[in-house]
Design a protein around this ligand. Sequence first.
Ligand SMILES: *Cc1c(COP(=O)(O)O)cnc(C)c1O
Length: 364
Amino acid sequence: MNIPVNDLHRVNLPFQVELEKKALEVIRSGWFVLGKEVELFEQEFAAKLEIPYCIGIDNGLNAIKLGCQALGIGVGDEVIMQANTYIATVLGVTWNGATPIFVEPNDFYNIDAGLLKLKITSKTKAVLVTHLYGQTSEMDSVVEFCKENNLFLLEDCAQSHFSKYNGQYSGTFGDLGFFSFYPTKNLGALGDAGCVVTKNEHTATLLKMLRNYGSRVRYQNLVAGHNARLDEIQAAFLRIKLTHMDAINQERNSIAERYNAEITNPRISKPKIADKATHVWHLYVVQVEEQERFRTYLKVNGIQSDVHYPTPPHLSEAYKHLGYHVGDFPITEKFSHSIVSIPIYNGMQNVEIDYVIKVMNEYE
Ligand SMILES: *Cc1c(COP(=O)(O)O)cnc(C)c1O
């Protein structure tokens, strides 16, 4: 049997007819940028997330980048984030000239809130949490820390669409929530797409300007903005998939529940879920002692796997100038050598899930 780590054809197959019909509608409308589809998607996404404002952006990285800019986070400012996040989280901050300050993750792969107090300085402007792999971070301590220290709270929700902490959706705890709708995400467009969500009307208005050359009224440019608009056709596709969001997450959850219950090999550590948190299983990440040997074993047995991520940002070539070395974040670095993402995707068949479980349990 050959099992991919993800299969976008199968992910979108249940919506194919609706998507094709919508594509024709948008093509025939003759309106492609900032029209009714973007506006309706923004309203529908915000309503489902139970937050007042959503601003469509062309991708997740730009959502973070413009979001930080809207809050005035820039040169001389520090933003605390977890060291094991995806590099886009870091890029969104450094493109504004601000400095990322890394902390180690906890057992749930999310930010270790207890370490925040060790990293705060007079330059700290914000805490940026990533709800990694789909599980919402332990938000009560992070919210409290940001309130006490008068810091912005930012959430990278690119992997956590509609996951919750204490009954509240990720992305709605702080000042800004950043989403990506890259095709592999739980809510995936058929190309690049993203958004920012906020409770603040002023910030929402500013973001609408920033994505469109700094202009709200044509040819009146109030700030130096970007071209970072969400396309009509992607918004139209996202509106369709948003109506199926609960079923999409439910299907991923039922695959994860089988893995949780039926993978029983003591050599494989399964993901843990914190009290009060929910997981939407963007990725199913296990830990093993010998990552390379385990991945080769899977490959020989026809199972694809991945590592999210093999090089932590502090050790990447792009951030050499920050001056970090191997050993600076031992927990993060250990994770990067022991984590393995196994197949989980919408459309995965029961025989495939059975097979993955069997192969996992036979690993010695
Ligand atoms: C995917 C992702 C992003 C970036 O989103 P793009 O739309 O690909 O730019 C940012 N942060 C995290 C955690 C992601 O997984």
